[in-house]
Design a protein around this ligand. Structure first.
Ligand code: DAH
Length: 380
């Protein structure tokens, strides 16, 4: 087949009026677009580009020479504008032709401002659950399987819920055991309304009993604050999980059985539990729960007779505080069905951060809060 291409030749201009320039430019661009349509392969693309863009004798160069350099002085400005316009249009036409050719050979559609599809993609790292929240979730799930539900409460708490209703009377020395961060400027309020950062999750016991009638079985995960400077085993912010079960005829035996089961579920069926008498204002009697060290198995020794550090060679690790709910606590929620003569219950509270520390064998609590991805991604 014979294909006749009537090549575009740059005309000499005699009329430099705006209208004439526009007309000439229009013909030139139209010719370029027509020319672009004949491009079917790389060789033709190159020939097409050279025809229009070659420095030596390309159509744009000719236009520059004939129309701009050859323009009378008073038409130079208008001619310049016209030539620039042609340049931009020709360049865009060539680019479109390139893209069309690429699109035809790769099936990928490109637009003028395109992405370089040969660049490697952006890899977005998948986040990992934080070791503390992971531990918290594991503990909560053990109790959920026992039929406990989850309760939550505010971190900024009143003196009443954090202390008074938990049987820490105003000015009682038991308050000194919890180094409290108070909100400033509260002096004008009655003491029980003054705000502080809750020092434990126990206030949610009262808040829940105000809302729900017995029987209840709840666990309460959350953050708490104390005025402790950060070091390897302390942090001004940490996490606790509280537990509360109230019904008729709940005994210390229920407390022991429940916690023994939970510890075996958490640390393995071979751990043993051990209760030692303790004191908390809101429980009577109170106890501390110890489990056989899940690092050394209770022997106090590591491989090669090395001393076991987490249990300080005792073979036992303290994991939580617990006890039977003090009747004085029930007095504060008596009107909602918690008559201490009719109901009884047990409660417990544990520090999640410390358990995560032991569980993962981390030797400095601060690693958990520094946000170093190299540390955190190990738990992913
Ligand atoms: N609230 C206590 C603390 O932060 C922990 C605790 C001990 C909670 C005994 C309890 C409990 O519910 O019965 O030190």
């Amino acid at each position: 087949m014979l294909l006749i291409i009537v090549a575009y030749t740059v005309p000499k201009l005699t009329d430099y009026s705006a209208a004439a320039l526009e007309q000439a430019a229009g013909e030139c661009i139209a010719a370029c677009v027509t020319d672009a349509q004949s491009v079917r392969n790389d060789a033709e693309l190159k020939a097409f580009r050279d025809r229009w863009m070659a420095r030596k004798n390309g159509i744009l160069t000719q236009i520059n020479d004939l129309w701009l350099k050859g323009a009378p002085k008073d038409a130079k400005r208008e001619a310049g504008r016209c030539v620039n316009q042609i340049k931009a249009d020709v360049e865009r036409t060539i680019e479109t032709a390139e893209n069309l050719l690429l699109e035809r050979s790769t099936g990928v559609r490109l637009t003028t401002e395109d992405i370089d599809i040969t660049l490697p993609g952006v890899r977005r790292p998948i986040g990992a659950e934080h070791a503390i929240l992971k531990t918290s979730r594991e503990i909560v799930s053990v109790f959920r399987q026992l039929g406990y539900s989850v309760s939550e409460g505010p971190v900024v708490e009143t003196d009443y819920y954090n202390f008074e209703a938990l049987n820490f009377p105003p000015n009682h020395p038991a308050r000194d055991t919890q180094d409290t961060l108070f909100i400033a400027g509260q002096q004008s309020k009655p003491q029980r309304e003054r705000l502080l950062l809750r020092t434990h999750t126990s206030p949610v016991q009262i808040r829940t009993m105000e809302k729900m009638k017995p029987p209840i079985r709840i666990v309460i995960p959350g953050t708490v604050h104390r005025n402790d400077p950060p070091d390897a085993s302390h942090s001004p912010m940490f996490h606790q999980i509280e537990g509360l079960a109230v019904d008729t005829n709940i005994t210390f035996g229920d407390l022991k059985g429940t916690l023994d089961h939970a510890m075996k579920a958490l640390f393995g069926s071979s751990v043993k539990t051990h209760f030692r008498p303790s004191f908390f204002p809101f429980t009577e009697p109170s106890a501390e729960l110890y489990v056989t060290c899940f690092i050394c198995g209770g022997s106090g020794k590591r491989e090669g007779n090395a001393p076991c550090r987490p249990c300080k060679q005792t073979g036992w690790i303290e994991v939580l505080g617990c006890g039977m709910v003090d009747p004085n606590v029930f007095e504060f929620v008596k009107d909602n069905g918690y008559d201490p003569k009719k109901v009884s219950g047990f409660a417990f509270g544990m520090g999640v951060d410390r358990l995560a520390l032991l569980k993962y064998g981390v030797d400095d609590l601060q690693y958990f809060y520094q946000g170093d991805v190299r540390f955190l991604q190990q738990f992913g």
